[in-house]
Structures are given as C-alpha cells and as structure tokens.
Ligand binder design. Structure first.
Ligand code: ATP
Ligand code: MG
Length: 554
C-alpha cells in the first residue's frame, strides 16, 4: 500500500487530494478532440490516460468533440475518431457530446459576464488588438471601448449575434487586466463574428466562442472534475479558472497539464501528415508507415501494445521524446505468446529433395507456438519440392555461415535434415534451384545417431504454398539527417516501403482475416493488410522484425 502511494503519478496525487479534501465526490474526465484530422499515438496517450483515471476512480469518461470552430471540421474525422477511441477500449457509454450543442449556454454565459461588467464589445481590429496587447516585457493598454456601459454592451453583443456586423468588425472581450504579466489575461477575445455555416448548427450562429472561453464551459456543463490537457495550455489555466469562476459554476472543473508524447524522428503533427497524404507520398491517413491510430491498427499494432507503451512512457510535466523502438518492444511483447508462429519465405528459391519420393506428401504436426502450448498445433505439408529463403543458401559461404551450402547439412525446421548436393544457375549466374538429399531418420528435426547440425532454416512446400505480397516498412523519415530539411520540408526516406510480390506462405494462412497477425519465424511479426489483402492474393504488412536493440529501462 505504502509503495503504491509513493509511485502514484502527479495527476493521481492531485485527484487523491481532491477526493480527500472533499473537492469532488466522483471523478469525471473527458477526451476532447477537434474533428480536424485523424488521431495519432499522442492522442492515444491522452485517451488512455483520461479513460484509465475514470476507471481507476470508478468515475466517468466522456468523449466530446470540440467542434466550436466551423472552418475545418469534417464528419469523416468524427467517424474515424469514434472508431479509434473505441478500438483503444475507452468506453464513453452514452456520453458522446458535441461542444457545438452548448452554443446557447455559452452565449448565455457571455451575456452573464456582460451583466457583471466582466465583458465588453470592442471595435478594435485584429492589428490594433495585437498592438494594444503589449509584450512579455511591457504591459498592454486599455481598449478605448473598455468602458462601454453594460446596456450598450448587451445591445452590441445582441447585434453581433443578429448578424449586423461583418467578420472582424467587433469582438466580445473578457474584462480582466491589460497589465497582467500573463498575456492570456489581457482582455482576451471570447466571441468573434464569423459568417460561416457550422456542420452541426448550420446557419444558426454567426458568432462563435473562442477556445479559451468555450473549453472550460464545456467541461463545467458536463460535470468534468479534472480537465486534463497538454502543457501548452499551462499559461491559459488562469483564464480557464477565471471563466469557470466568473460564470459561476458551483463545481468548477480543474485543469491539469501534462507533457505531450513525442516519438523521436517520427511525424505526428496533423499538418505534416496531411501534407504527406495530400501529396500522395503515403497511401492515406492509415498508411502503415504513419503513427496515426488507424495506421498503427492497419500495420498490426494491438490496443494492448499501445496501452503497454503509454504506461511505460508514464505521465509527467517534463517534455521529452520516446524512441519508436519502445513501441516495437511493446508489440513484440504483446504478440509473442498470443500469436501462432508460421513459416513464410519472402525471397524464394526452390529446393528439391532428390531422394524424397515424387508425389508423396507428409503432414507434419507442428506446434503453433513453442512457448505457449495453449495455441495447439497444426498440420504442415512436406514434400519433395520446397521453397526456402534465398539468404539461407550460399554458394561460397564465409566462415561461421551455418546455413545451406554445397556439402553442408542443415535442419529444415520441424522436418528433416537435408544436405546440399548441387545447385543450378541460370545464364546470368543466379542460383535457381538447390538439390539436396534428406535423411528419413531425422523426422521432427533430430537424428538418432547423435549427429548435430548448426543451422535450422524455414521452408514451405512448393505445390501447396500460398503466394503472397509482403510489405516491409522503414521509418518514413531519413533518421540519419533528422525530421526536417533546412527549408522546413520533411526529410523523407526513399526506402520506407519495400514491396515483395512473390513470397510464399504456409497454406494454413489461406483463411487469415484482415488485421490477423502471425509471427513468420525468423522474420518478424506480420499482419493481414485490411485494405488490399484478398483470400486468393493475401497481403501482409510487417509490423516489426524480431530483433531489437531496445532494453527496457530499469
Ligand atoms: P496535433 O497538434 O498533434 O494535431 P491537437 O492537439 O491539435 O493535435 P486535438 O484534437 O486538439 O489535437 O487534441 C485532443 C486532445 O489530445 C487534447 O487534449 C490534446 O492535449 C491531446 N493531445 C494532442 N497531442 C498530444 C500528444 N502528442 N500527447 C498527448 N496528448 C496529446
Ligand atoms: Mg488542436
């Protein structure tokens, strides 16, 4: 118990204290995405953090679309966000909200501020407002419109709402303090005129609330107790607190900031991903090279692996960036005992066993996962003609090469020992066929006479193997040189995608469904591509290779 208390993260400590001191009874958190793009791994952190806290404290978790800005929002994004949040396991139950449904209450809140003398209509234009705002070093100046009467402000604000002004002609500002050391408190704009059609409210409004005014009200209306956001809002917290206090909410929510999740040398910003999509450099928002949640899902990541990753990252106020290798570690850990290990040949070369009877097929019983007997076993056909990977044969091997070469004996995984007797080359000098003999006494992969072999290679039976396409991925960024070029463009890796068109996989994979994943022995973890795979022409994405340089920090 003692230990658990000590290791609680700073957000849990704040909530514990709030409960202890009676500031809140039950916890309510929310995830508030702006529907202007697809969610990425950073959002996953926020989702799992907010949802996790609601579960831990037996509270509630809301999904709320922050759709107060009528310009950029799209239904496509609303739909994709719902899919992603649900896939991560964050259950909002019946609490799916849209901030735009609170426009009436926001308007009322603004009116109440005017009535208290805490807000005024200002006629300065954008440039003038900037000029009057002052700088970090110098205080701002009061707007000449700051002392309008309450009656005049009420009338002008009503006129703003009624559409009597052009965009930018007038704004409503909070009346706080133009000399505040915090620039956010220098009479911030809380409503602006914008003659735009909103996807939800249509043409009902031609004034829209600003984020800093809208967000605390949204939280307060929903009874959110802890409004968790990222560090860039820390300086906005005094304004958040001002809004909920002045509007007079009885149980004001509390804003808590944590550091954003960044991955080293990985593009997460919506703006850059959008560019990659629009320029056709990637194949949509879910291209498996991206780290949008849709892309990670398509690549073959699981919700469990992302959860493990987020937990390993922890929550803190310290800005930092995490290695992609840690994400890879998590998916390996998640899949290694859960998924079957099968044989697949990515760069095939034919191997013929000259002393194996023509036309004979043996069904070998093979364990699906040696480390997890619960996954059972399957039958794998074995016959005279097989495919093996080209890199498992060498005409002239270097020292310490223990795979197939003329005169050498190796183990065909789960099957027999074979010895390379000869090989055939085409006119270009490329090896096209390897001839071997097998030892029938070594069935299952062990000899009776104590004879040992150093190499074990995988294979598939040529007549029954399923031809497949395999896609191998590297970081879309050329990591040697960093994410951006001098001109601000992305520094792309030309080898981020390799497509292998002629691979062969075990026939047992014929029934594999979209998103299903496998370990291809010696090669990595692979997942059925949800866009392009067809039963007769399967496509596999490599999720991650087997080797890792990543060590879990102690
Ligand atoms: P981006 O700038 O990366 O496109 P955003 O912040 O504009 O993201 P929003 O839809 O506004 O995206 O964010 C929804 C929530 O997700 C916010 O609470 C935000 O703080 C959080 N969030 C966004 N990016 C990250 C990140 N990298 N790590 C953790 N939380 C994040
Ligand atoms: Mg945003």
């Amino acid at each position: 118990m003692e230990k658990e208390v000590v290791s609680r993260n700073f957000i849990e400590q704040i909530i514990d204290k709030d409960i202890e001191e009676g500031n809140c009874e039950t916890v309510c958190t929310r995830f508030p995405p702006e529907p202007n793009g697809y969610l990425h791994i950073g959002h996953a952190k926020s989702i799992l953090l907010n949802y996790g806290l609601s579960q831990q404290y037996h509270g509630k978790f809301n999904l709320r679309f922050d759709d107060t800005n009528p310009t950029k929002e799209k239904t496509e994004f609303v739909d994709s966000i719902k899919v992603d949040v649900a896939w991560l396991g964050a259950d909002w139950e019946d609490r799916l909200f849209f901030a735009s449904n609170y426009f009436d209450q926001m308007y009322e809140a603004a009116v109440s501020l005017i009535k208290k003398g805490k807000a005024y209509v200002c006629d300065l234009n954008a440039d003038q407002i900037r000029e009057y705002r002052g700088t970090l070093k110098e205080p701002g100046k009061n707007s000449p419109y700051r002392d309008r009467s309450i009656e005049e402000n009420l009338e002008l604000f009503e006129n703003m709402r009624a559409g009597k002004y052009e965009d930018g002609e007038k704004v409503l500002r909070a009346k706080i303090d133009m000399a505040s050391p915090n620039i956010n408190m220098r009479d911030p704009i809380i409503y602006r005129v914008a003659h735009m059609t909103h996807h939800n409210t249509g043409d009902k409004w031609c004034i829209y609330p600003m984020y800093d005014f809208a967000h605390p009200i949204e939280d307060a209306i929903e009874g959110v107790t802890h409004s968790i956001c990222t560090l860039e809002f820390e300086d906005h917290r005094p304004l958040y607190d001002w809004v909920v206090r002045e509007v007079g909410y009885e149980h004001p929510p509390k804003q808590i900031e944590f550091a954003k999740l960044y991955l080293t040398n990985v593009v997460t910003g919506k703006r850059y991903i959008k560019k990659l999509v629009e320029e056709g450099i990637v194949d949509g928002w879910d291209d498996p090279r991206l780290v949008s949640i849709a892309a990670l899902r398509r690549r073959g990541f699981t919700p469990e692996s992302i959860k493990m990753f987020v937990e390993l990252c922890g929550v803190s106020k310290a800005q930092g960036s995490v290695d992609y290798a840690m994400l890879e570690y998590c998916i390996r850990e998640d899949l290694k005992l859960k998924r079957p290990r099968v044989m697949a040949v990515l760069d095939p070369i034919k191997l013929v066993i000259d002393n194996y009877p023509e036309g004979q097929v043996e069904e070998l019983e093979v364990a699906n996962n040696l480390e997890n007997p619960d996954l059972g076993s399957r039958k794998v056909p074995f016959c005279r003609e097989l495919y093996i990977d080209r890199e498992d044969f060498m005409e002239e091997p270097p020292r310490k090469y223990f795979r197939l070469f003329p005169g050498n004996e190796v183990r065909l995984m789960n099957a027999y020992f074979v010895k390379c007797e000869s090989f055939i080359k085409d006119e270009t000098g490329k090896v096209t066929e390897i001839h071997c003999t097998y030892d029938p006494e070594t069935k299952g992969g062990n000899s009776n006479d104590g004879r040992k072999v150093k190499g074990t290679i995988h294979w598939v039976a040529a007549p029954t193997a399923l031809k497949a396409e395999v896609r191998l991925y590297e970081n879309i960024i050329d990591e040697e040189k960093g994410v951006y070029n001098e001109d601000g463009s992305l520094n792309l890796n030309p080898n981020s995608l390799t497509i292998l068109k002629e691979c062969y996989v075990e026939s047992s994979l014929a029934d594999a469904k979209a998103y299903e994943s496998f370990q291809f022995v010696r090669q990595g973890f692979f997942c059925v591509d949800s866009h392009d795979s067809r039963p007769e022409a399967p496509v596999f994405n490599r999720i991650v290779s087997l080797k890792s340089s990543f060590k879990l920090p102690k």
